[in-house]
Design a protein around this ligand. Sequence first.
Ligand code: NCD
Length: 300
Amino acid sequence: MAEANGALLGNLFFEPSTRTRMSFDAAFCRLGGRVCDTTGFQFSSMAKGESNHDASRVISGYVDVMVVRHPQMGSVKEFADASKVPVINAGDGPGEHPSQALLDLYTMLKELGRDLSTINGLKVAMVGDLRFGRTVHSLAKLLSLFKDINFTFVSPNELKMPAYVVDFLRERGHTVKETSDLIAGVANADVIYSTRIQEERFESIDEAQRFKGCYAINRAFFDRYCDAHAIMMHPLPRDNRAANCELNNDLNDHSQLAIFRQTDNGIPVRMAIFALVMGVEKDIEKTFRTVGFQKRLIGA
Ligand code: NCD
């Protein structure tokens, strides 16, 4: 694999992450590149008051591409504006998480046996903390590029999908229903996309605690109220504690639980993102035709 040989990724995570950080890292290494990273503020010069602008400009002189996660909405754009190299948003506070949206869409297509022309008309229920959960903001916007998507947003009143997202979807001709009733919300959905209560974005843990477990789906619930062909997705991490769990552990061997196939899909999708951003996608296609294990990764 020579496509990203010698290239260097700066993987900058100023907020907790396991799968996103590691999958960007693994994807870049699988393309033949190498990774330098920094995790958290306390070990970076930003603890000394350095701005996003300065940090980005400096690091962009060391690496060929950057991945940035940051707790403030809009901060990754500040990195991008100051950088000499491409910057990929790996989550900016309650804002956006675009690479997750791409791997979510890829998962839906694979799981439902659809393609970009037959995704139109999809029925998606997004459930949980739609206010602070950035993955649903990006996924809704990505799905808005298709036609006649039927969105049902299921959340407590306090954690509704931001109005700017709802308005945007309606302006583009999609159907949007909002409800706090889980049973009504998931009925007939092709995709049930559950999310965690984003407790780190609440004023206090106690405040977040009020909402924990309010939309817990377990095997009995799924079998009774959901379409048998519906798939269950979640960006993970789920809160595995029984009282809180958005998708209960008793679903772990359920055929419709797609969450681990979803995380697996993070690798080929992030490889593709790097390939496009770095302009080596033609070389990658050649490699896909010749390298067996990568063919398995993309499910070809
Ligand atoms: C999500 C995130 O960080 O926004 N996780 C992820 O990247 N897969 C969701 C979450 O933390 O709840």
